[in-house]
Design a protein around this ligand. Sequence first.
Ligand code: SF4
Length: 201
Amino acid sequence: MNGTFLPLVEDFFSIQGEGFHTGKAAYLIRLGGCDVGCSWCDTRFSWDPEHFPMVKTDAIIDRAIRSGTDSVLVTGGEPLMWNLGYLCSGLKSKYIKTFIETSGAYQLSGKWDWICLSPKTNMPPVSEICNKADELKVIIENRNDFEWAEEYRRKVSKKCRLFLQPEWSRFESVIPEIIVYVKQNPDWRISLQVHKYMHIP
Ligand code: SF4
């Protein structure tokens, strides 16, 4: 696979809804395929890449350029199941910044201006991605996830931004604990999925 075709779920110009770049406009590219299997996944429809046509990467790049965006967020699914070198080169040749949201379960490909690592217990990240992450975003579903967050905090670099994000379906039960935790551990910040409040994908 040389990355000249990718299994596209959807691509559209939108607003980033989570983490450090919340509220920033970006062209979102969602790729199909994920075998991490999080029980609470809100993009299950993306898991099977065979449900999505292989699309010319050049066509995706063209649409991103025509949108007028200055940055692209690649997500999934788990986008690093695919070789993203060609996609990133095409975007960067047009001075578009490249952002990725990944579980880190696969080797990194492509050149990125921002890597958001969201490690999952089902399939932990490969070690090489940890010290390259610009942002660590850990989903909190229950109390054990704070330990998971601290384990990965020790693996990322000192400059990496740290976020805890309530699992959406358990928001009411976990947000009080996250608030207490962040007050006691102020290096962490809270990330909310604000795109869901704005009713955008
Ligand atoms: Fe869903 Fe992401 Fe987990 Fe894959 S890694 S199952 S896309 S939440």
